[in-house]
Design a protein around this ligand. Sequence first.
Ligand SMILES: Nc1nc2c(ncn2[C@@H]2O[C@H](COP(=O)(O)OP(=O)(O)OP(=O)(O)O)[C@@H](O)[C@H]2O)c(=O)[nH]1
Ligand SMILES: [Mg+2]
Length: 319
Amino acid sequence: MADVAALVESARQGAPRAVARLISLVEGASPQLREAMAAIAPHCGNAYVVGLTGSPGVGKSTTTSALVSAYRAQGKRVGVLAVDPSSPFSGGALLGDRVRMGEHASDPGVYIRSMATRGHLGGLAWAAPQAIRVLDAAGCEVILVETVGVGQSEVEIAAQADTSVVLLAPGMGDGIQAAKAGILEIGDVYVVNKADRDGADATVRELNHMLGLGEARQPGDWRPPVVKTVAARAEGVEEMIAALDKHRGWMDERGVLAERRAARAAKEIETIAVTALRRRMGELRGGKRLDALAARVAGGTLDPYTAADELVEGVTEGG
Ligand SMILES: Nc1nc2c(ncn2[C@@H]2O[C@H](COP(=O)(O)OP(=O)(O)OP(=O)(O)O)[C@@H](O)[C@H]2O)c(=O)[nH]1
Ligand SMILES: [Mg+2]
């Protein structure tokens, strides 16, 4: 068993191993997580969280790495969380990222961590916010969360970031894919990466066109910008950071940042509560309570609504 108080203290001092162990508590859904989160809570709320999503291979990790360099040049501490919702193992699919982020591996101002969330009760929605809290408490001023784009997870990660970046690449038929995946609703900033390839300008135009369609924006509403990058050569990164800064400024001005963070916390609480309820429900099932109720309903001595009420009471009473 880890000494949670000592771990949190070391993490706050910036000790990478303490940060890593705390995130492992999250990943492993450790019983000590509760204590860790309580100790961390007063030190959270300072990080700016940027989510990066997009199809496999579009250049998320390369872009993330270029952003890390740029933020480091500003003297900021940076956390990188690479989330793989399709895998129950961390490290596997994300091994390539270690290579791509290799240049930051020895920088004490950068934390890089990959995390697998499949098979977790609550999955991504449960694990990512807690890992973000750990990085936040460890003093990261910017946290970049890369998620491999697989539909629902993109929407989930968008709900967890202060600013959501959607990456596309030219010539992948991405524009049409984007529309299908509902991606046009989740981006605060759009990046057309691999602009060294043919068709980048066409993709930018198409995106701008689609973002303008069905537009019901009021004056002062946020209009997501489209930025062109060649992440592999760090081109366009300054423009991308300018777009992020602008979005952040807009959120601050309009009170959107506080709203988003509250919505995020609400979702997190809900997920933890539902996960706990589900577990208790499973315990009751194992404890034969459901079997007994089912026998009575099947035998006609109890109606299913009353039985369900009894089951729910059992869950919330702790019996
Ligand atoms: N031509 C070109 N290639 C790029 C650019 N950015 C990234 N790449 C290459 O595209 C490939 C995929 O890049 P990654 O950064 O790993 O993409 P990713 O979106 O993180 O991929 P997954 O995490 O597997 O979904 C790598 O071989 C990169 O070198 C770019 O601007 N231009
Ligand atoms: Mg990647």
